[in-house]
Design a protein around this ligand. Structure first.
Ligand SMILES: Cc1cc2nc3c(=O)[nH]c(=O)nc-3n(C[C@H](O)[C@H](O)[C@H](O)COP(=O)(O)OP(=O)(O)OC[C@H]3O[C@@H](n4cnc5c(N)ncnc54)[C@H](O)[C@@H]3O)c2cc1C
Length: 475
């Protein structure tokens, strides 16, 4: 069983298939592929390392961890342990799909088989089609199709005997290597910026995931539909990192959530995750390029001032409380509330006129739940260039958003308030040390980087010009 983004034993169709193929005998393998983990920031690395260690414990210490290219490593381990079949959960991202083709071919060369069972989603990306046979571009239609298609009930843990590999080096060394941060491929001018690790990350592993789900179902689900946008409370599940690494399957989450208003809302939020994976499956270039053609004609600021502004945004110094609190939460927790992500992303794109791809990169580096499909398409949605995007003239006003979603000021206070000076558990990094002397929940006394009304007009002008350029170039 070659584990990837399915790091759990329960509700894992691939693991069932492995147990069946091996008559109950399963060798669990995880490959640290430098192509996947090279560009990953310290938060996701540390969460992954912790999750692998937890999974290893659940597997009785048998998890085989190897580093290298899967096309070499997987056949080598399969030969070593005498496997005839390697089973995986479907990898649907652009690289994952290619990688599985190469590995399948390499295994076939040795007379072995790569078997794919299940996917990390409710419905396997690429499966649902519109009446004309294409992929969905509109979320509401996708949601209807998803609900019509349905998904199976969760599976229990399979009956399996787990065995390691004879030559297995102890996983700890490799796991220590996973956790240590790299900065591969980051813009050179990001050096000196706070690149993590965050002070507070969720407890990793499948068992912690199940506990988080139980906590949420008991304490948060009933009010989820009403409170998920409320920044001042713990109103959301915080399951995203567990879902990303497959410590939980969304099927399990929905089965446990049952029925009711909260469960309905949760199903529709999880459907966004499926939707974005489906869009990426149909249009892999959407990870890097605007989905709407006019987006290629947008003019972004890239000069020295733009860099300074980016740095102010990334280090929580825009002078807009909600934007800064969001960016501070991201630095401290490797996670930010969805509303905060949206407002801060909108500010970068629409107020600072900086390319969404640069902001997406910053988020991806820091987010413990960083996920190519959800992140890139979340950014495109905010930027107005995505599938089913918010119209470009819908520009978040960070002050109105603060008044509406943090009316008591408790969110801003938590991340920017003066009492932070006395809080422990910070990163110790001067760049993320508490900002001095901030007043809470009142008109921000700090200088503002830009004037929102002015930049809003500028953004509208740029978007109109991009649409016009796109129209002319289509002629
Ligand atoms: C600019 C931007 C970037 C984002 N980047 C990521 C990312 O890298 N990884 C990621 O998992 N989510 C991303 N999101 C979506 C969303 O912000 C997070 O999924 C959510 O905040 C996670 O917290 P939660 O688990 O408490 O969410 P809950 O509200 O409890 O939702 C439950 C689950 O539904 C899924 N979900 C909810 N909202 C969305 C959404 N809008 N898009 C996709 N899935 C969703 C997630 O898997 C989430 O864990 C991004 C959103 C924006 C606006």
């Amino acid at each position: 069983m070659w584990f990837r983004r399915d790091l759990r034993l329960d509700d894992n169709p691939a693991l069932h298939e492995a147990a069946r193929a091996g008559s109950g005998r399963v060798v669990p393998l995880f490959v640290l592929d430098p192509k996947v983990y090279g560009p990953v920031g310290p938060n996701r690395r540390s969460f992954l390392a912790g999750t692998l260690a937890a999974l290893d414990r659940e597997l009785g210490g048998t998890l085989v961890v190897r580093r290298g290219s899967p096309a070499t490593v997987v056949p080598a381990v399969a030969r070593e342990v005498g496997a005839s079949t390697v089973v995986v959960t479907r990898g649907s991202g652009p690289y994952g799909a290619r990688r599985d083709t190469w590995v399948g071919e390499a295994l076939a060369g040795d007379g072995l088989q790569l078997v794919v069972a299940g996917s990390p989603y409710l419905v396997t990306p690429g499966t649902l089609r519109t009446s004309t046979g294409g992929g969905f571009g509109v979320f509401s239609a996708f949601l209807r199709a998803l609900e019509r298609a349905g998904w199976p009930a969760p599976l229990p843990e399979p009956d399996a005997r787990y065995e390691g590999a004879p030559s297995d080096a102890r996983a700890e060394d490799l796991l220590a290597g996973v956790a240590s941060p790299g900065s591969a491929g980051l813009p050179e001018w990001w050096q000196g910026l706070p690149l993590g690790p965050a002070a507070r990350l969720p407890e990793p592993g499948p068992r912690a995931a199940r506990s988080a789900l139980e906590r949420f179902v008991r304490a948060g689900l009933d009010s989820y539909a009403e409170r998920r946008d409320d920044l001042g409370v713990e109103g959301t599940s915080r399951l995203s990192a567990y879902l990303h690494f497959g410590c939980l399957h969304p099927r399990t989450v929905l089965a446990r959530a049952g029925t009711g208003r909260g469960a309905d809302r949760l199903r529709s939020e999880l459907a966004w995750r499926d939707f974005y994976a489906d869009v990426l499956w149909h249009r892999p270039q959407s990870a890097r390029e605007p989905l709407q053609a006019f987006g290629r004609h947008l003019r972004w600021d890239e000069d020295g001032t733009a860099r300074e502004r980016f740095i102010a945004w990334a280090t929580a110094r825009t002078g807009y409380d909600l934007v800064d609190a969001a960016m501070r939460q991201l630095l401290e927790e490797g996670w930010a509330h969805n509303r905060a992500r949206m407002v801060a992303a909108s500010f970068l794109v629409k107020d600072l006129h900086i390319d969404w791809r640069l902001g997406a990169r910053w988020y991806m580096w820091h987010l413990v739940d960083g996920d190519l499909a959800s992140n890139q398409h979340g950014w495109q949605w905010v930027a107005g260039t995505g599938t089913d995007a918010a119209p470009f003239h819908r520009i978040f006003n960070p002050e109105l958003q603060r008044q509406r979603f943090d009316p008591t000021g408790s969110y801003v206070a938590r991340y920017l308030g003066p009492e932070r000076e006395h809080r422990s558990g910070g990163t110790g990094d001067a760049q993320t040390a508490p900002l001095p002397g901030l007043a809470v929940a009142q008109a921000s006394p700090r200088p503002r980087l830009v004037d929102h009304a002015h930049e809003r007009a500028e953004a509208l002008a740029r978007f109109a010009a991009a649409r016009e350029r796109a129209r002319l170039s289509d002629r």
